[in-house]
Structure formats: C-alpha cells, structure tokens
Design a protein around this ligand. Structure first.
Ligand code: MN
Length: 253
C-alpha cells in the first residue's frame, strides 16, 4: 500500500468510526481521566477563572441548617438575595473588562470599578463562601494545623470564638465577620461592611478568607428578629471546620 492509500484508508476508517475495541477502550479511559482532571481543575478555580461565574448550587437542602437557621430564611437568602447579587454581578460586568477576569483579580482592583460591580461581586462571592463555611451537624473543634494556628494566635479556641463573635456582633449595620490569613501567614479576624471582603483592594486589612459569617439582618431576622447575638452564638454549631481547614492548608501553599 502506498503512503497516500494508507492515509486515505485511515481517514475513511476514521470517518466510519472503525476503531479497534481496545483502542476505543483506551481512548475512553483517557477521556475519562481528562474529564476527571478537568472537573478537579474546574472545582478549584471556578471562582477565579475567566468566564466561570456560575451560580453554584446550595451545598445542602434548605432545611439542613435547622434549628440554627430556619428553612425559609435559607431559601429566601439563597434563591432571592444571593441569586440577585449573582444576576446583578453578571449584568454589571457585561461588556466590561471584568468579564474576562477571575473574581480574585476583580477584587484586587475593585476600587477602579463602579459601585455596582463592587457590591454585587462581593455579594456573589461572599455568599458562596458563607454557604460552604457551614454544614448540617457541623461545629465542634477545628483540627490539625488550623487548630494549632488558632491556639497559637488567639491563645485558645474559646478566645478565638469570642473575638470572631464580637466582630460579627459589633459590625454596625450590615456586613460580614471573617477569619483570614495575612501575607505573613498569620491568622487575623476582621469585619467588612456591606458586601466588601478582605480580598478587595479597599479592605482595611487584606487577607485570604478562611471562614465567614453573614450578619446582614436578612441572614437571621425571621427567626431571631433583632437578636443578632443569638444568631452569632448558634453559628458555632454549624461551622464546617473541614472546609475551613482545607482553605487554610491551601492558603499556606
Ligand atoms: Mn446575605
């Protein structure tokens, strides 16, 4: 067979889908591996990859955080408030350079963009981060390296809890309490107003967020009314420490 004939035969075989079963099997294995690794990459970089702004599903059912937060509050908070921030964020970046940037890069230069981009990018990111900071039957104590770092920084877990709770209780108006990692690898607690977060260039103290608590009234008003401190105290029974530890270890790298 001449070289040309061989090429023509291979092309025809390709068109007809004539692959040997073993090659097909190998190819599908390779594809599966590729899909799997793409999935992992996607999962890790979703929030910072261009054009990857998705409205992530709530990681649990609306009633999963009962009795800490009631089902209706979670439903309204996620499907109305969070969704509105997401929709408004997508609208705010339409046709702007932000559309092709990762969210963390947007935050790094948020001061140069319109207020609608600042409020809604924050509202979008912070809520995703908040939902993932909690889980049903969470709470307990942090473990491993994170536990050591908390004790080292705040002298005890109880003292850390107190300082974080105070950051939430004393935030005037609406905002967020955060545990973060700074540039020197040290933990710190802070709070931000409105939908700002510590990744933004306008933050009083910048850092990598590890844990957050939403202290907007919409996060607790149906069940707790004006009693924000009661909501803050209940929060500790639902913290997803595994997730916080994972964030800490990946922030250290
Ligand atoms: Mn909220």
């Amino acid at each position: 067979m001449t070289k040309l004939k061989l090429v023509v035969a291979l092309v025809i075989a390709g068109i007809l889908g004539l692959q040997s079963p073993s090659i097909a099997k190998d190819l599908s294995k390779t594809q599966m591996k590729k899909d799997q690794s793409n999935h992992n990459i996607k999962k890790e970089t979703t929030m910072n990859a261009p054009n990857k702004f998705e409205f992530q599903p709530l990681p649990y059912a609306y009633d999963a955080l009962e009795p800490f937060i009631d089902k209706l509050t979670v439903e309204i908070h996620y499907s109305k408030h969070h969704k509105a921030y997401y929709d408004n964020f997508i609208n705010a970046i339409k046709g702007a350079e932000m559309e092709s940037m990762g969210i963390k890069d947007i935050f790094k230069s948020i001061s140069k963009y319109p207020m609608a981009a600042r409020n809604n990018s924050g509202g979008y990111f912070n809520h995703t981060f908040y939902w993932e900071s909690m889980k049903a039957h969470g709470g307990g104590l942090p473990t491993g390296k994170l536990s050591e770092a908390i004790t080292k920084t705040f002298s005890s877990f109880e003292e850390f809890k107190k300082q974080f709770s105070d950051a939430g209780k004393t935030r005037f108006g609406s905002g967020w309490a955060w545990l973060c990692l700074d540039d020197n690898g040290s933990l710190f607690i802070c709070s931000t107003p409105n939908q700002d977060n510590p990744l933004m260039d306008i933050a009083e103290k910048k850092g990598i967020p590890l844990l957050t608590m939403d202290v907007w009234e919409h996060a607790y008003y149906l069940k707790y009314q004006n009693k924000r401190p009661d909501y803050v105290e209940a929060f500790w029974n639902f913290v997803n420490w595994d997730e916080v530890a994972k964030r800490y270890e990946s922030a250290l790298k």
